[in-house]
Design a protein around this ligand. Structure first.
Ligand code: CP
Length: 503
């Protein structure tokens, strides 16, 4: 079944194993031709115009995509870095994208420093968007050329032991590669300097999808002895803050691992291949140039393969699209559930909470009432008479030993306010009171997606307000108990204790 995203290529999670195999096969055919096409495909695709928008630096991805498009007879325009563009004047990302769409471009290739930038763009434009790297989130076209290079070397992607080495925290290429490994029978080992390890949620994604555990290694020699593929990444200065603090943090990690010929010859399997997305950093070279001339080194082939793989990606997207796959675990749930009204006539409510008409938020944990009060903006209600809102704290409860309660005179909560209560206080009950009677008892159940309610915890997520891109936060509920939600843009998951709410 084709998913709605089949003409975009934003994340490896958008495509299926079959899509990957088709790209590998088409790339192989393009590599055989090795150059501009002169067959009917070219005529069909030559009418296409491609926008190449690189907000962030690139050599390989930009040049290979642009060359790939030209080899297919397409027209290419765009920018490499924002200097000289209206982005320098503060233009929002979506406005820039809309211009290219409006000028008749058929697809946009976008590299951006914000995670989820390409997903956000694809939400607003009807032409295909190709993610050429978004912050430290993902780099799916890189993954396809990595997989092509591995399959070229071993004839298969199954049954291999792949070791990911280096900056696994900020390295977007290893994030996408791990997502792709979910679709193949691979053994995965991770090796990184302290402080740059793979995020737990990414490991959990892989382990849940495959039922297999990754190995987190502490000894590089041991990794080399068992791996078929050694995938090395650079420590990226650009992922640390500007200024002296970021520089000091970067320097702390710089040069913490180094692969050289001697190490490989003494420890590695004879048929090991060494991959690297490139560029290497000459100031703390992670793969010594003495490896370049050994049979282990495949990183230049890998980069060259990018041309054929990107020809295959452009062809697929502009012709039939990907087969696609659905994200697993996305729960569609009711907005709230009605509970039985056990005692319709709560005589005590008026006396205790001074509430004859309104909403009683019951069963809050002790000390939660002031937080709920602030979060729901209750200070803005009944400003002339604050007695209309009553917070009762640390009172006796039949259900729990102690609880907080918020009683709001005359006011019914909006759905968004109910979801906020549900996010903070899973045990809550909302009582609607009319003429001194509880007429309805409800428990808000989170709908999916949750829009503009949760703030993403990822500081470089495009949805964060400080980036001024006006991307409303969107989270999918993947588990209710214990709660787990996933950001639509940067794909990071959050559990209840890490959730910060939009105010
Ligand atoms: N591998 C990669 O993305 O390289 P560039 O940054 O040069 O595009």
């Amino acid at each position: 079944m084709k998913s709605a995203n089949n003409r975009n290529f934003i994340s490896i999670k958008d495509i299926s194993r079959e899509d990957i195999e088709n790209i590998i096969e088409l790339s192989r055919r393009y590599k055989e031709i090795n150059g501009p096409l002169i067959d009917t495909k070219r005529i069909e695709l030559s009418k296409k115009k491609i926008a190449s928008l690189f907000f962030e630096e690139s050599t390989r991805t930009r040049v290979s995509f642009e060359t790939a498009a030209r080899n297919l007879g397409m027209e290419v325009n765009g920018f490499s870095g924002v200097e000289g563009t209206s982005v320098k004047k503060g233009e929002p990302l979506v406005d820039t994208g809309k211009m290219f769409s409006g000028y008749g471009y058929d697809a946009i290739i976008v590299r951006h420093n914000l995670a989820g930038a390409s997903r956000f763009l694809s939400d607003h434009l009807s032409i295909p968007i190709i993610n050429a790297g978004d912050g430290s989130s993902g780099h799916p076209s890189q993954t396809l050329l990595d997989l092509y290079t591995i399959s070229e070397a071993f004839g298969s992607l199954d049954g291999l032991h792949v070791a990911l080495v280096g900056d696994l925290r900020y390295g977007r290429t290893v994030h996408s590669l791990l997502q792709a490994a979910e679709l193949f029978n691979m053994k995965i080992t991770l090796y990184s300097p302290p402080g740059l390890s793979m995020a737990e949620w990414r490991i959990e994604d892989y382990e849940r999808a495959t039922g297999k555990q990754v190995v987190v290694a502490s000894d590089l020699t041991d990794v080399l002895e068992h791996a078929d593929v050694l995938y090395v990444t650079r420590i990226q200065r650009e992922r640390f803050a500007l200024g002296p603090e970021g520089e000091a943090e970067f320097k702390k990690h710089q040069g913490r691992y180094r692969i050289n010929r001697e190490l490989l010859e003494s420890s590695a399997k004879k048929n090991l291949i060494v991959l690297h997305p490139l560029p290497r950093d000459k100031n703390c070279i992670e793969i010594h140039p003495d490896v370049d001339s050994t049979p282990y080194a495949r990183y230049f082939h890998q980069a060259q393969n990018g041309l054929y793989v990107r020809m295959a990606i452009l062809t697929t997207i502009l012709k039939q699209g990907f087969e696609g796959r659905q994200y697993p675990n996305r729960i569609q749930s009711p907005s709230w559930v009605d509970l039985p009204v056990a005692n319709g006539n709560k005589k005590g409510e008026k006396l205790v909470y001074r509430l004859d008409e309104g909403t009683l938020i019951d069963h809050l944990e002790v000390n939660q009432a002031p937080r709920i009060y602030n979060l729901l903006g209750l200070d803005k209600f009944g400003t002339s008479d604050h007695s209309e809102i009553v917070l009762c704290m640390n009172i006796r409860s039949q259900k729990f030993s102690r609880k907080d309660v918020v009683a709001i005179h005359k006011v019914k909560l909006s759905p968004e306010q109910m979801y906020k209560v549900a996010l903070l206080a899973p045990e809550h009950t909302i009582n609607i009171i009319k003429e001194n009677r509880v007429v309805q008892k409800q428990k808000a159940k989170l709908p999916s997606p949750l829009r503009a309610i949760i703030t993403c915890a990822n500081p470089i997520c495009v949805s964060r307000k400080e980036h001024n891109e006006y991307a409303p936060s969107v989270f999918y509920v993947e588990k209710h108990d214990p709660l787990e939600v996933r950001c639509h843009y940067c794909e990071q998951t959050l559990t209840r204790e890490h959730i910060e709410l939009d105010c």
